[in-house]
Design a protein around this ligand. Structure first.
Ligand code: FPP
Length: 244
């Protein structure tokens, strides 16, 4: 396998399931939330690395619709960590021309968190560098249901005909509307599933699973995952190209 990235075949969109924070902390006999704190530092490094590499979109799974079922203290910690992240990082994100976009419904979030997140979206809105999608209170099935409801509504009003319901139309009703689909989805911590992340958008994504817990992930691990991606033979349902 190659040991350097082919800069001509960098994935345009990378999505990451940042898993293993809790286990990272437990292994060190620390409370789980220490893992989230360390995970925030990893995120900082990864955003920077993706931006430097010229990745067009980075999407991270920060909080799922299922995560509300965690202990109240952990949920509150994560909501406060989001505030801390936005406050601490906003200058650096702006300096690096990063544009934040949120995937998910922010309305159930605590008011302070929501306002801080919305502010960061606003303050980075005219940046033209990497697009940083943060999936927050996000669930892939809920996203598809939401799209179906909107389409049904417009169908009822006669604004959409049955024949106009295509993949492109459905995509345009998702939170990721207008975004290219992820070329590469990385999940840390050795778990090998999508857990309701980007269900529609991942149809042709390459999946790379790495054993490191998210706080142990770094830019070198990211490069390795990209190299693994570059070694895959992406066919999109077509047949293999004959070898030259
Ligand atoms: C999964 O690990 C991680 C999360 C549910 C939260 C991800 C949050 C961060 C990386 C913090 C920083 C993010 C932002 C946007 C400020 P887990 O808790 O499920 O780990 P486990 O599977 O070992 O229990």
């Amino acid at each position: 396998m190659q040991n350097e990235i082919d800069s001509n075949r960098i994935p345009k969109h990378i999505a990451i399931i940042m898993d293993g924070n809790g286990r990272w902390a437990s292994k060190r006999a620390l409370p789980r939330v220490f893992g989230h704190k360390a995970g925030m530092e990893t995120l900082r490094e990864v955003v920077r690395a993706c931006s430097d590499m010229g990745i067009e979109i980075l999407t991270v799974y920060a909080f799922s619709t299922e995560n509300w079922n965690r202990p109240t203290e952990e949920v509150s910690y994560l909501m406060n960590l989001l505030i801390e992240y936005m406050r601490k990082e906003i200058n650096e994100l702006n300096k690096n021309n990063v544009k934040i976009k949120i995937l998910g419904d922010l309305s159930p979030l605590p008011k302070v968190t929501r306002e801080e997140v919305e502010k960061a979206v606003r303050l980075t809105g005219s940046n033209t560098g990497i697009q940083f999608n943060i999936a927050l209170n996000y669930g892939g099935r809920a996203e598809i249901i939401n799209a179906c409801k909107k389409i049904a509504e417009e169908f009822k009003e006669g604004k959409i005909l049955k024949e106009q319901i295509t993949e492109e139309l459905i995509s345009s009703y998702l939170f990721t509307s207008g975004d290219i689909e992820p070329d590469l989805i990385i999940r840390t911590s050795g778990e090998k599933r999508l857990s309701n992340f980007l269900l529609w958008q991942s149809a042709y994504s390459e999946l790379v699973f790495v054993d490191e817990m998210w706080p142990d992930f770094n830019s070198r691990q990211l490069e390795k995952a990209i190299m693994e991606f570059q070694n895959r033979d992406r066919r999109f349902g077509l047949i293999k190209k004959s070898s030259e």
